[in-house]
Write a protein that binds this ligand. Structure first.
Ligand SMILES: Nc1nc2c(c(=O)[nH]1)N[C@@H](CN(C=O)c1ccc(C(=O)N[C@@H](CCC(=O)O)C(=O)O)cc1)CN2
Length: 305
């Protein structure tokens, strides 16, 4: 075997999040056409109260995605030094606005704002992020309405990668409300897309490598650059990297995940890249949740796969 072929044989399959996201957008676009033919124009409001450049980028990307699939988007920007009552009033107005089906409060909010109170204020029927306690509770009790976009995107990537989720050992590294906890609940649910055995690890876990090394699927959402390395993984496992960390300065600046890609891709069977893995799926699932919200609020029967 030539060295080049050997090299390829030793490498994991790359799970292409951009391609899967494009397919989701296509389905969403068809759903938007169906809604429009019934006189319904789906609308998403994005609310930004932060001067974090990454958040500004994500919100811009979400607006562009909406435009691509025919969803109307409205953006509200609130000064970081405004009182939090201004944010709450904005949420109240969007809740009452019939042109808005989905509301997204970009996280993290600026320091000093009561984020849980803001998330509780969003009408649960417009909560396309799935962060309202009512929607969290529904997911936990096995009756999901809106599921957070990143976990939903990860589940779809696993399916597209051919992972047999029922019965598989999934280790989730990270216990955030945004990813770790909802993903664990989603994959613990019943059904062909779930029924997994899930372990959630975190910064106080005693021996992370011991857990990771026996997993069929490892999802890393810890916010620690390159925390999981190839030597921790079981050969052939599926690795989903949720981390997006900017490292280096100037010309050396690059995005790396929470997984050390170089070593992990020599051991794993399949792996998501950063960028181009989970991030595009988070955005695609937001579009999907928004058309679902529009259909629910208008009473149109959409049969989204
Ligand atoms: N209200 C919410 N806030 C946040 C969420 C969320 O789901 N809802 N998730 C994250 C950030 N996030 C969405 O807002 C997000 C992160 C990354 C991407 C993405 O497409 N990333 C690209 C790389 C982009 C770049 O060059 O920087 C990729 O991975 O390929 C989209 C959305 C926190 N806040």
């Amino acid at each position: 075997m030539s060295e080049a072929i050997q090299e390829r044989a030793d490498r994991a399959d790359v799970i292409d999040g951009e391609a899967v996201a494009a397919a989701v957008r296509e389905t969403v676009s068809e759903a938007v056409d169906r809604l429009r033919s019934e006189g319904v124009t789906p609308g998403l409001a994005t609310v930004l109260m932060s001067d974090d450049p990454a958040s500004e980028t994500y919100v811009r990307m979400k607006q562009r995605d909406c435009e691509d699939v025919g969803i109307e988007s409205r953006h509200v920007e609130i000064d970081t030094d405004a009182p939090q009552s201004e944010l709450f009033e904005t949420i109240d107005e969007l809740n009452a606005d019939p042109a808005i089906d989905g509301i997204l409060i970009q996280r993290p909010l600026t320091e000093g704002v009561d984020e849980p109170a803001a998330l509780r204020r969003v009408d649960p029927e417009k909560d396309v992020d799935g962060f309202h306690p009512e929607n969290v509770g529904r997911l936990v009790t096995g009756d999901p309405r809106f599921v957070p976009c990143t976990p939903l995107g990860i589940q779809r990537l696993l399916i597209e990668a051919g992972v047999e989720i029922p019965g598989s050992d999934v280790v989730v590294v990270g216990r955030s409300e945004l990813v770790g906890k909802p993903l664990a609940n989603l994959l613990l649910g019943r059904g062909d897309d779930a029924d997994a055995t899930v372990t959630v690890c975190h910064s106080k876990t005693d021996d992370l490598a011991a857990h990771v090394s026996r997993a069929d699927v490892v999802v890393v959402a810890a916010g620690v650059p390159e925390l999981v390395t190839g030597e921790m993984l079981a050969p052939g496992s599926t690795v989903i990297d949720v981390g997006i960390n900017a490292v280096g300065e100037g010309d050396d600046r690059e995005l790396v995940g929470d997984v050390e890609y170089e070593s992990a891709s020599k051991v794993a069977g399949a792996i998501t890249p950063v960028p181009g893995g989970v991030g595009p799926m988070t955005r695609a699932m937001l579009l999907r949740n928004t058309v679902t919200a529009a259909a629910r609020q208008s009473g149109v029967d959409l049969d989204l796969e």
